[in-house]
Design a protein around this ligand. Structure first.
Ligand SMILES: Nc1nc2c(c(=O)[nH]1)N[C@H]1C(S)=C(S)[C@@H](COP(=O)(O)O)O[C@H]1N2
Ligand SMILES: [Mo]
Length: 324
C-alpha cells in the first residue's frame, strides 16, 4: 500500500485547491443561471475551467481519499456521496457541452445542476468536519508552481473542449415551441372566455388585453440549456399599471400559483404576450397570456398569468428560483 501514499502536504494542498475550484464552479454556475443575453461569456469560461481543474485534481484526491477509507473515518458514506455527486455533475456538464442530450424528460443540464445542488450540504459538512490546516511550509515555491500548472492545464482544457455555437449562458439554439415547466408545474386548461386578468384594482377580459399590439422580439433562454428568439405580441406591462408611482415592485402570478417579482422600472421593457410569431399562443406556452422578460432567464417568463400586483416589497423579496 505504501506506493499509493502521497505526501501529507500535497494532500492538504490538493484538498484545499479542490474546495476552491468546487466553490468557484458553484458560484459561476449560479451566476450563469441568472444571466440571459448579457455579455457574460467570461463566467462560462471560468465555470468550464473550474470543471476541468476538478477533473485534474481528482486522481490526487482519490489517493488521499483512500487514506480516509483505510482509517475508517466516521461519516465515510457522506464523503462517498460527495464524491459520487461531483462525478455525476461533471459527467452531465460535459455531456451538455457536447450536445445537450435529453435523458428521459429531463436534460443533461438538469442532472448537472441537480447533482451539484444535492451535494452542497455534503460539501459544506466536509469543509467543516475535515478542515484543511495549512502549515507555513505549504506556501512553498513548489506548491506555487503546482498551482500554476493546474491553472494552465485548466485553461488549455477549456480551449480543447468542444465549444459549439452557444449562448454565453451555455444554452444551445433550439426549435420552438417547446412547453417547458420549471419543476413540478403542470399545463392548466384555460379558456379565453372565462379567463380574466386582475391588475391591482382592475379586471381585464381577454379581448381587452388582446386588443393591444405591442411587439417585442426577445430571447427565451431556459436553464434546461436551450434558447430561442421569437417575436411576441401583446401589451407592455407598464400600460396595464395605472398608478405605479411610489410602488417598488410588481408581482406576476400564474393560474398555477407560480409567481415572480420584478422591479417596477422594468415594467416598460416587459410584455404580457397573447401572441407568438403573429399567431395565437399555444396552451403549453402560456395561453391566454404569458410574460416576456428580455434579459432574464426563462423561469421569470411566467405563463398562464392571472394576476399582476404592485406593492412596496423590493423585487428581490422572493426565493432566488421558483419553488414549484
Ligand atoms: N406558470 C409557470 N410559468 C412558467 C414555468 C412554469 O413551470 N410555470 N416555467 C418557466 C420556465 S423554466 C421556462 S424556460 C419558460 C418556458 O416557456 P415555454 O413553455 O414557452 O417554452 O416558462 C416559464 N414560465
Ligand atoms: Mo426553464
Amino acid at each position: 500500500m505504501r506506493s499509493h501514499r502521497i505526501p501529507v502536504a500535497a494532500g492538504r494542498l490538493t484538498t484545499l485547491a479542490l474546495a476552491v475550484v468546487l466553490t468557484l464552479a458553484f458560484a459561476t454556475g449560479w451566476i450563469a443561471f441568472e444571466l440571459s443575453g448579457q455579455s457574460g461569456r467570461a463566467v462560462l469560461l471560468v465555470h468550464a475551467a473550474a470543471g476541468v481543474a476538478i477533473v485534474l485534481l481528482v486522481p490526487w484526491k482519490s489517493l488521499i481519499a483512500r487514506r480516509g477509507v483505510r482509517r475508517q473515518h466516521t461519516m465515510l458514506w457522506a464523503s462517498v456521496a460527495l464524491g459520487i455527486g461531483v462525478v455525476i455533475s461533471i459527467v452531465f456538464g460535459l455531456l451538455h457541452s457536447a450536445g445537450r442530450p435529453d435523458v428521459g424528460y429531463l436534460t443533461a443540464m438538469d442532472f448537472h445542476v441537480g447533482a451539484a445542488i444535492c451535494v452542497t450540504p455534503f460539501f459544506i459538512w466536509h469543509v467543516v468536519a475535515r478542515p484543511v490546516r495549512l502549515r507555513a511550509t505549504d506556501a512553498s515555491r513548489r506548491s506555487f508552481l503546482k498551482g500554476a500548472a493546474v491553472l494552465g492545464a485548466s485553461a488549455l482544457g477549456v480551449a480543447a473542449l468542444p465549444s459549439a455555437n452557444r449562448a454565453p449562458t451555455g444554452s444551445f439554439a433550439s426549435a420552438y415551441p417547446v412547453a417547458t415547466q420549471w419543476m413540478f408545474d403542470g399545463v392548466p386548461e384555460l379558456n379565453a372566455q372565462s379567463w380574466a386578468l386582475q391588475v391591482d384594482g382592475r379586471r381585464w377580459t381577454f379581448d381587452e388585453v388582446a386588443a393591444f399590439d405591442d411587439r417585442l422580439t426577445a430571447t427565451l433562454d431556459c436553464t434546461g440549456g436551450w434558447y430561442t428568439e421569437q417575436e411576441w405580441g401583446g401589451v407592455r406591462l407598464s400600460r396595464l399599471l395605472e398608478s405605479p408611482a411610489g410602488r417598488s415592485s410588481v408581482n406576476v402570478r400564474s393560474a398555477t400559483g407560480y409567481s415572480r417579482r420584478f422591479a417596477i422600472e422594468d415594467a416598460g421593457h416587459m410584455l404580457l404576450a397573447t401572441r407568438l410569431a403573429g399567431g395565437s399562443l399555444p396552451a403549453g406556452n402560456g395561453f391566454p397570456a404569458r410574460l416576456v422578460v428580455p434579459g432574464q432567464r426563462g423561469f421569470a417568463w411566467v405563463k398562464w398569468v392571472v394576476a399582476i400586483e404592485t406593492d412596496d416589497a423590493p423585487w428581490w423579496w422572493q426565493p432566488p428560483f421558483p419553488l414549484q
